[in-house]
Design a protein around this ligand. Structure first.
Ligand SMILES: NC(=O)c1ccc[n+]([C@@H]2O[C@H](COP(=O)([O-])OP(=O)(O)OC[C@H]3O[C@@H](n4cnc5c(N)ncnc54)[C@H](OP(=O)(O)O)[C@@H]3O)[C@@H](O)[C@H]2O)c1
Length: 338
């Protein structure tokens, strides 16, 4: 058995990750041993966190070694089994990485129930990004009815769930997205009160106009200039849930710009702000309520989602790099088989 896989061929240079950093290779796979299964990848999740793994050095997770398969969550089918727990044909979520096949212990793999909907949703709205948006908004945003909640990267996998959860909880939700098509999606499909295009001129003024009563909750997926534009609009006792920094490659030198540190420091004191950075692991105890609520809202039509599907393992590097240019519209997934 051979697996086709994309490995990290070189570390990014000063221009950040490029397609040259990846290589498509083949490798033999062992027969599954007792208690193991052979998996065939059906869907591979491409996520922003993978950028940080391409660099050497400490992040909140270990770097990918050169020559190693790129990491990633998958929905996979058991094609050979030496485990009574997982018969052949079973669909599971796994961490196969960017490859067509994988041999691993059956222990720890979670079964996906195809009756609940398309199995690819286990990587998006019903998987890690959905869980992050749901849990992060409820636990750290704490939106109250009538409050103004701002979400960045709002049409994406995490942001679309975070914003809709706040809307369902009675808040007035404003989304930031790149381009008129994504902005229309937020207001016309997801029920946001307003949308701001961060690629249009004068973001600070557009944000002010969309949030006339200020901002009570900011769910921050991007950092950078958008975060700077939000600071003056935060209300007293506002909560900032810091989820991601996609606008900033933390492994590259900081770009020169206006030093806003003192402004932020003063705002934290004077407005009694709460800024909470969080990682997905901190929301593990919310898994049951997340699945229950989000699957019920999908069934009732209260919560909508989009998937951006690309075809075949060869498409992965280019599609992945597109995340940082806003080329995906919805949860980015590679369809590999099945
Ligand atoms: N804390 C955690 O445990 C955790 C877990 C999962 C994800 N995250 C973070 O959540 C964020 C969203 O992830 P996702 O998987 O849901 O991705 P996504 O939103 O589906 O896709 C990324 C989107 O980010 C936006 N973007 C890219 N570069 C940008 C820039 N320079 N300025 C503004 N927006 C930019 C683009 O949308 P536009 O076209 O609208 O600009 C792009 O489509 C990321 O920062 C990710 O690292 C954190």
């Amino acid at each position: 058995m051979i697996t086709r896989r994309i490995v990290l061929a070189s570390r990014p240079g000063p221009e950040g990750p490029t397609e040259d950093n990846f290589a498509l290779t083949e490798a033999p796979l062992p027969e599954p041993a007792d208690g193991e299964v052979l998996l065939e990848t059906q869907y591979l999740s491409l996520d922003p966190y993978m950028r940080a793994r391409m660099y050497e050095g400490a992040n909140y997770a270990a770097a990918t070694a050169l020559g190693e398969v790129m990491p990633g969550g998958t929905v996979s089918r058991v094609v050979r089994s030496r485990s009574a727990r997982l018969p052949e044909g079973r669909i599971v979520t796994s961490r196969n990485g960017w490859q067509t096949h994988h041999v691993c212990p059956a222990e720890g793999l979670e079964t996906v129930d195809p009756a609940l909907g398309p199995v690819s949703t286990a990587l998006g709205v019903l998987g890690l990004p959905g869980h992050t948006g749901y849990g992060g908004m409820i636990r750290y945003g704490r939106p109250q009815p009538g409050e103004t909640v701002l979400v960045s990267a709002a049409s994406g996998a995490v942001g679309s769930v975070a914003g809709q959860v706040a809307r369902i909880r009675g808040a007035r939700v404003v989304g930031i997205a790149g381009g008129p098509e994504k902005c229309r999606y937020l207001t016309e499909e997801l029920g946001f009160a307003a949308a701001v295009d961060h690629k249009a001129p004068d973001l600070p003024e557009a944000l002010r106009a969309a949030c006339p009563d200020g901002i009570d909750v900011y769910f921050d997926n991007v950092g950078g200039d958008i975060f700077a534009a939000v600071i003056p609009l935060l209300n007293a006792r506002a909560r900032v849930a810091v989820c991601g920094t996609i606008a900033v490659d933390r492994n590259q030198p900081a770009k020169p710009g206006i030093d806003r540190l003192q402004e932020l420091h003063s705002a934290i004191l004077i407005k009694q702000l709460t800024l909470q950075g969080f990682l997905f692991d901190m929301l593990g105890d919310m898994q049951e309520e997340f699945r229950r609520d989000v699957s019920a809202w999908i069934r009732s039509g209260e919560l909508k989602y989009r998937e951006h599907m690309v075809e075949g393992i060869e498409a992965a590097p280019r599609a992945f790099l597109g995340l940082f240019r806003g080329e995906n519209f919805g949860k980015l997934i590679v369809h590999m088989s099945g």
